[in-house]
Write a protein that binds this ligand. Structure first.
Ligand code: PLP
Length: 398
C-alpha cells in the first residue's frame, strides 16, 4: 500500500546528502574531537566546519554555537541554567513539554513562573508578556524577571510567534530571552541578531538531520550554567564527547535548509498544504485551529495545518488514516497515546471535545501533489466511516 508521511513535525527522514556527509564519520573520521593526534584533529576539523555552517544558519559567531543532544536538552539548559531561587520566569502555556516541564520543575525550587496564555488564534501577544514582567524593586520585594522563554513556531498549529516584539519587551526589562526554535528551523529564516535573543534551541531531526543532536545558541556573555558537567568540551558549556557524525549531519541539514529557504521549496510546500487544507475543509463539520485572528491570517509554518473534525475521535482518525497508509498525528508526538486533549488547543480556548477531535497534518519538504491527492482520498472515507459508527453522530451518546 502507498504510504504518505504527513507527520514532519514529529520527525523527518535524513536527506541523502546528510547521510553521505555523515558516512565517513563512523569509521574513517572516528576520532575524539578533543584528542591532539591526527585522528582527533581530523574529527575536530569536521566539527569546526559544521560549527561555521551553524553560525551562518543562526547569524552568530561560531563560538556561540553549543552542540548538544537536541531540542529537549537546549530547552532544559536554557531554563535550568539561567534561573536561581528568587528569580522570575515568563513562558507560555503553549510551549513544548521540554519547556513546560522544566518550568514546572524550577517552580518547585523557589522560582516564580508565569505561564502566559495565547490568543484564540494561537498567537502570544507581546503586551501580555509585558504585563507579566516583574520589575526589580529596591528593596527587592518581588523577583526580577530573569528569563522569558517563547517558542518561534508551535509544533501543533504551526503558528509563528512575534519573537522580535517579545525580544524588545525583554530588552527593555533587562531580561534574558530564550527562543525554542525547534519547529521554526528550516521553515523561518533564523537570525539571532534580528530576533534579539540570547539563547535559541534547535534540533537536527526536525530538519532532515539525525536524531539525538542539536545546538543551543548562547550569546557571548550570557550567564548560563551548564547542565552537563565533566570535561571542558564546548568551552565548558556542555560536557561530553562530541557526537561527530551527528554534528556533521546537523551541519549538512542546516546548509540544505538555508538553500530551501531561498529556492522556492517552502512556497511549494505551502501551496501543497493549502490545497490539502482546502480539500479537507470541503467536508462538513471541519475547521482549522489557529492561523486566523478574525479574518486575518496569522503567520504559520508552510508545512502545518491543524484541523478539527466534528463527531470524530482524533485518536480513532489517526488509526483509521494509518490503515489507509497516511501517517498524521493528534498533536505532539511526545504525548500520543495520552488521553488528555492537547494543552495547546485547550490553551487557545477549544473545548475538550473539539481538541480531542483535532489532527495535525505536517508535510515534509519533499511532499508531492500525489501525496496530497492520496490524503484527500483517504480522509473523507475515514471520516465518513467514523461518523457512521459514532454514537455522537447517531444521537445515542449518553
Ligand atoms: N521543542 C519543540 C517545539 C518541539 O517540537 C520538540 C520536539 O517535538 C522539542 C522541543 C524537543 O526536541 P527533541 O526531540 O530534539 O528533544
Amino acid at each position: 500500500m502507498r504510504r504518505v508521511y504527513m507527520d514532519a513535525n514529529a520527525t523527518t527522514p535524513l536527506l541523502p546528502e546528510v547521510m553521505e556527509a555523515m558516512r565517513p564519520c563512523w569509521m574513517e573520521h572516528f576520532g575524539n574531537a578533543s584528542s591532539i593526534h591526527l585522528d582527533g584533529q581530523t574529527a575536530h576539523k569536521v566539527v569546526d566546519s559544521a560549527r561555521e555552517t551553524l553560525a551562518q544558519f543562526l547569524n552568530c559567531r561560531p563560538a556561540e554555537v553549543v552542540f548538544n543532544s537536541g531540542g529537549t536538552e537546549g530547552d532544559n539548559t536554557a531554563i535550568f541554567g539561567m534561573l536561581r531561587p528568587g528569580d522570575h520566569l515568563i513562558t507560555t502555556s503553549i510551549e513544548h513539554s521540554a519547556v513546560l516541564q522544566a518550568a514546572q520543575r524550577v517552580a518547585e525550587r523557589g522560582i516564580e513562573v508565569t505561564f502566559v496564555a495565547p490568543q484564540p488564534s494561537g498567537l502570544i501577544d507581546p503586551e501580555d508578556i509585558r504585563q507579566a514582567l516583574r520589575p526589580e524593586m529596591r528593596p527587592k520585594t518581588q523577583p526580577k524577571t530573569q528569563l522569558i522563554s517563547v517558542m518561534l513556531a508551535n509544533n501543533e498549529t504551526g503558528v509563528i510567534q512575534p519573537v522580535e516584539e517579545i525580544a524588545k519587551v525583554a530588552a527593555k526589562a533587562g531580561s534574558y530571552f530564550h527562543i525554542d526554535a525547534v519547529q521554526g528551523a528550516g521553515k523561518v529564516k533564523l537570525d539571532v541578531q534580528r530576533f534579539g535573543c540570547q539563547l535559541l534551541s534547535i534540533s537536527a531531526h526536525k530538519m532532515h538531520g539525525p536524531k539525538g543532536v542539536g545546538a543551543l545558541y548562547v550569546k557571548q556573555g550570557t550567564p548560563l550554567d551548564s547542565l552537563m558537567v565533566g570535561g571542558s568540551h564546548e568551552r565548558r558549556r556542555r560536557a561530553g564527547t562530541l557526537n561527530v557524525p551527528g554534528i556533521v549531519g546537523l551541519g549538512k541539514a542546516a546548509q540544505l535548509a538555508m538553500e530551501s529557504l531561498k529556492d522556492g521549496t517552502l512556497e511549494r510546500v505551502a501551496s501543497l498544504r493549502d490545497r490539502l487544507e482546502a480539500g479537507i475543509l470541503e467536508l462538513s463539520g471541519t475547521g482549522v485551529n489557529g492561523g486566523w485572528a478574525g479574518n486575518v491570517r496569522t503567520p504559520r509554518t508552510q508545512n502545518t495545518t491543524n484541523i478539527w473534525f466534528d463527531q470524530v475521535d482524533g485518536e480513532a482518525l489517526v488509526i483509521a488514516l494509518d490503515l489507509k497508509g497516511v501517517a498524521v498525528s493528534g498533536g505532539s508526538a511526545c504525548h500520543s497515546g495520552s488521553t488528555e486533549p492537547s494543552h495547546v488547543l485547550m490553551a487557545m480556548g477549544l473545548d475538550k471535545n473539539r481538541a480531542r477531535a483535532s489532527l495535525r497534518f505536517s508535510l515534509l519538504k519533499t511532499a508531492t501533489e500525489a501525496d496530497v491527492d492520496h490524503v484527500l482520498r483517504a480522509t473523507p472515507e475515514a471520516v465518513a466511516h467514523l461518523r457512521a459508527i459514532s454514537p455522537v453522530a447517531a444521537g445515542t451518546a449518553g
